[in-house]
Design a protein around this ligand. Structure first.
Ligand SMILES: [Zn+2]
Length: 472
């Protein structure tokens, strides 16, 4: 006689995988007591039977029943089916292939007998009733939270529990959006993320540790990254096109709502990209309004006297958000000012208490760069031999690769590979050689927050309006 163990856990939120292991151990020891050595185990994880989700483990189990498995061991019968419809399917199956079900909790019964079927039908009716109630409750609670603009659900890429922004992931999202809006495909962005060793959410918890195009698409299309709440009952995850947007949420945005709108328009119809190729400004969406927190967008202004339009970063008015609008700053001097400060940061990295921090990594790269320079000097001065120089270079370049990888993984700025950190002269020409997307990525890798405070209209550029918080 062949036996199989079936294990299912309905919601794998915070480490509930442990639940699966417990169920599995209990089932295996029951199998052992019943005299079945080494039964096959079928597992479904993170699938709620109630909303009709697919159950690949269950489907395989059914195939094995058809092929002769005659005992199923479960933790509780409600693991096997929760809807009356599913039980009826199982009873149909059992009529052709005799099966006995053993449960760790609640005992076993024989679906081949009238009593066994009656018992199973009663149990499943109760389970369906309870499950339906729970599902209604959860949906109502989520809708209420969505209406209030509060974060609900688990951590998502860019945000921790409760919607707390994670700066290094926000920098990656910023660059994903930049790349997408300037014409890169989802596939190419996915390849870039994996090539840069940027870890996806939940890397190292049994996942492949790689990004998939679907994940990239769903991050980009999500309303949450522009600080907006969305709600879609009946969908299991973010559908690729993004869920319906209800209004502003109470968490920090990474990109602007306008950008989310553009992203969704391109996803819905790739022809959009050809009509309106986005050319990003250096600080659009990165610089924030100090009054309302919104990302500033670049706009052209024609002054009263002149005919040449000047560019300004502006907090856009939004009728649905009365707090928005009324702040702007001249674009070109702001770009130059921020670029100068970032380059200065790269030229003179500070020391840092935390060894893993961005600052400490910059410092390490600078030290390695100067070690490499020193090796050549020592060789020319005949202090070391050619062999010693080669060995020294090899070791230095290896630690350089490690440090650069760490820096890039923190913010996705590929341009920081081989950046002349610690060398003020070369940094300026390095910066000139970068395109705007790379420059933006360098900025978001180093800068945690760039805020513009209100100023006096008509004044020339006032650098005291610019507040920069660097990453530690
Ligand atoms: Zn504002």
């Amino acid at each position: 006689m062949d036996a199989a163990v079936y294990v299912r856990i309905s919601q794998d939120r915070t480490g509930m995988q442990a639940g699966v292991h417990r169920q599995q151990e209990d089932c295996l020891s029951l199998a052992d007591r019943l005299g079945f050595a080494d039964p096959q185990v079928f597992i479904d994880n993170d699938v709620s039977a109630f909303d009709g989700g697919r159950r690949p483990g269950y489907d395989t189990l059914v195939a094995h029943i058809r092929a002769g498995v005659s005992r199923i061991i479960v933790w509780h019968v409600d693991r096997l089916y929760r809807q009356p419809r599913e039980l009826e399917d199982l009873i149909d199956l059992v009529e052709q292939h005799p099966v006995r079900i053993e449960a760790v909790r609640g005992g076993g019964f024989d679906l081949n007998t009238t009593e066994g079927r009656l018992m199973a039908r009663q149990l499943v009716a109760i389970a369906a009733y309870e499950s339906g109630h729970k599902s209604d409750r959860v949906k109502r609670a989520n809708q209420r939270l969505a209406e209030q603009g509060r974060w609900h659900g688990p951590a998502r890429y860019g945000y921790g529990r409760g919607g707390v922004l994670i700066p290094e992931q926000a920098a990656v999202i910023r660059q994903m959006a930049d790349r997408f809006l300037t014409g890169e495909s989802i596939r190419s962005i996915t390849a870039w993320l994996n090539r840069s060793h940027i870890p996806p959410l939940r890397a190292g918890t049994g996942t492949s540790g790689l990004w998939h195009p679907f994940t990239v698409r769903s991050v980009l299309a999500s309303a949450r990254i522009s600080g907006q709440r969305a709600y879609a009952p009946g969908t299991r995850a973010d559908p690729a096109g993004g869920r319906e947007i209800l209004g502003p949420g109470d968490w920090e945005p990474v990109i602007t709502p306008e950008e989310t709108e553009q992203i969704r328009a391109i996803l819905a119809d790739p022809a959009h990209r050809r009509i309106a190729p986005a050319r990003p400004s250096l600080l659009g969406g990165i610089a924030r309004c100090s009054k309302c927190g919104a990302g500033l967008t670049i706009t052209g202004h024609t002054s009263a006297s002149g005919v040449t339009p000047t560019l300004r970063y502006t907090c856009q008015k939004d009728p649905s958000r009365p707090e928005r609008g009324g702040l702007s700053i001249s674009a070109t001097p702001l770009d130059e000012h921020v670029a100068q400060r970032v380059l200065n940061r790269l030229a003179h990295p500070r020391t840092s208490a935390s060894e893993q921090s961005t600052t400490a990594t910059l410092r390490r790269i600078m030290d390695i760069n100067s070690r490499i320079g020193q090796l050549s000097q020592d060789y020319q001065a005949r202090i070391i031999t050619g062999g010693e120089r080669r060995a020294g270079l090899f070791a230095a370049e290896e630690s350089l690769r490690d440090a650069e990888q760490q820096l890039v993984a923190a913010g996705g700025a590929i341009a920081l590979y081989a950046a002349p950190i610690g060398s003020p002269d070369t940094l300026a020409s390095w910066w000139d050689s970068l395109d705007t997307i790379d420059r933006r990525a360098v900025i978001t890798t180093l800068v945690k927050k760039l805020t513009i405070v209100p100023g006096h209209p008509g004044r020339s550029f006032d650098r005291t309006r610019v507040r920069i918080t660097y990453r530690p």
